[in-house]
Design a protein around this ligand. Structure first.
Ligand code: UN1
Length: 479
């Protein structure tokens, strides 16, 4: 079958036997295009191509790598409006959010272009006379990248850019729901001067393409972002051939609001962290933990802000929150809203399906109050515009509730107390801590990752990315 958007394998655009329609969640009548659905055979060819390309690419001139990644970055910046529109159209985040994400992808490629020129080792005196010891880093080999639907271009960028910068070759499987942005990025990479096979794109299902990638003995490392359940499967499968693993999974991120917080800051951080990008971020603040002296004022002010939000077509100017990504995610969100009510929480705002001009997956952002930390809506990742307010006595109880979770990605606090801010930074059990800032929306040049059930393996992003994408060699020499 000829899909207009094909897989990219060994430097060629390859037809697949099947295709799937990329649907706009703001308007299900709008089909973005038919994208190839690869299979196990396509993965086999792609991995073989990546393996063949590896020796030359791993020894390529760092300036060549710099130029290629810089070129990719330049094109992303030059086309950010168009690519942002595509991203919003296929994923449902608003156009400013879409353009913002594309900009982030451009910044990531620029950062790792620079990193190509900053690779260095160490020269260490030996404990043995006359011997010298060199510690260097080498690429890992063929890297399999499995990316999620909620950041259709930024997450592919933050895995592909370091993989290539450090000399690895890549086979990427983007999320089945949003192949458009990944395909556009592959098209840019295809024209950037990479040798054939250094980067390969295989679109398709997790159960076929993802599975084949995980099982392939020639895939030396897997970087995955997605759910905890899938992450567990990824780890179990890929460890069979000792693939190096990097897993970024769920979150149930707490945002603590203390009595001494600046109310406007607390409300804006909560609104942004919990509901922007339709709450579909692993860094979303889905638990708002509020001390009793500010609780009622905080809830009233947040409800007022929620009531003023425009929930509509992601591409319409003025939209604050776009639709949920698809029917399955919408059903999951609505299920949790029902579960929250059944458990005895108060639905203080929203939570109902909305009708708009076009048929799409619109949901009014939902705010629960009177939530006990034991309730499912306070413990399980919902991955939608749903937040749970937990009332606590004081800072100590807030911290205990914040840490009482199987996750540990991002944790935030709104406070004007230096003492509480410092204590929270030190004691929040999370990979990232935010003081008077939203839990979501991170910088592109510093480490990203969490603890407990949120992450496994070395950090992504910034200079820390090299931990995963390189392996250390210690060389001894008697000159
Ligand atoms: C952000 O909050 O800016 O899947 C990034 C996710 C994360 C990325 C969040 N891996 O939501």
């Amino acid at each position: 079958m000829t899909a207009p958007y094909r897989n990219f394998i060994a430097g060629e655009w390859i037809e697949a036997s099947a295709a799937s329609a990329n649907v706009n969640p703001s308007n299900v009548a709008d089909i973005i295009g038919d994208y190839a659905q690869g299979d196990a055979a396509a993965v086999e060819t792609a991995v073989a191509a990546a393996k063949t390309a590896f020796p030359a690419w791993s020894r390529s001139n760092v300036y060549t790598r710099y130029e290629i990644l810089k070129k990719v970055s330049d094109e992303i910046f030059a086309r950010k409006e168009e690519l942002g529109r595509l991203l919003s159209r296929e994923e449902g985040k608003t156009l400013p959010e879409g353009i913002g994400e594309v900009t982030r992808a451009g910044q990531i490629f620029a950062f790792f272009a620079g990193e190509c020129l900053r690779q260095a080792g160490e020269l260490v005196p030996s404990v043995r006379p006359g011997v010298r010891v060199e510690i260097t880093r080498e690429p890992v080999g063929v890297v399999g990248l499995i990316t999620p639907w909620n950041f259709p271009i930024a997450i592919p960028a933050w895995k592909i850019a370091p993989a290539l910068a450090y000399g690895n070759t890549v086979v990427m499987k983007p999320a089945d729901l949003v192949p458009g942005s990944a395909w556009a990025l592959a098209d840019i990479l295809a024209r950037a001067g990479l040798p054939a096979g250094a980067f390969n794109l295989v679109m398709g299902r997790g159960s076929t393409v993802g599975q084949a990638l995980l099982e392939h003995p020639d895939v030396n490392a897997i970087s995955f972002t997605g759910s905890v359940a899938t992450g567990r499967h990824v780890a179990k499968t890929a460890i069979g051939h000792f693939a190096r693993l990097q897993l970024e999974m769920g979150g149930k991120n707490p945002f603590v609001v203390l009595d001494d917080a600046d109310l406007a800051t607390a409300v804006e951080c909560s609104l942004n962290g919990a509901f922007f990008s339709t709450g579909q971020r692993c860094t979303a603040s889905s638990r708002l933990i509020v001390t009793e002296g500010i609780h009622d004022r905080f809830v009233a002010a947040l409800k007022e802000r929620l009531a003023a939000l425009v929930i509509d077509d992601a591409l319409k100017p003025g939209t604050h929150i776009g639709p949920v990504v698809d029917q399955k995610q919408l059903d999951q969100d609505l299920d949790y809203i029902r579960i929250g009510r059944d458990e005895g929480a108060t639905l203080a705002f929203g939570g109902e399906r909305l009708n708009r001009e076009t048929e799409g997956f619109y949901l009014a952002p939902a705010l629960f109050t009177d939530v006990a930390p034991t309730m499912r809506i306070a413990r399980e990742e919902i991955f939608g515009p749903v937040a749970a307010v937990v009332r606590v006595r004081d800072y100590d109880e807030a911290l205990a509730v914040a840490n009482d979770t199987e996750f540990g990605l991002s944790a935030g606090i709104a406070t004007t107390s230096l003492k509480h801010a410092a204590h929270f930074k030190r004691n929040a059990e999370a990979g990232m801590v935010m003081v008077n800032l939203a839990t979501a929306g991170v910088d592109f040049h510093v480490p990203f990752g969490g603890r407990k059930g949120s992450s496994y393996g070395p950090r992504e992003q910034g200079t820390y990315a090299r931990e995963f994408y390189t392996t250390v060699k210690t060389a001894y020499e008697l000159p």
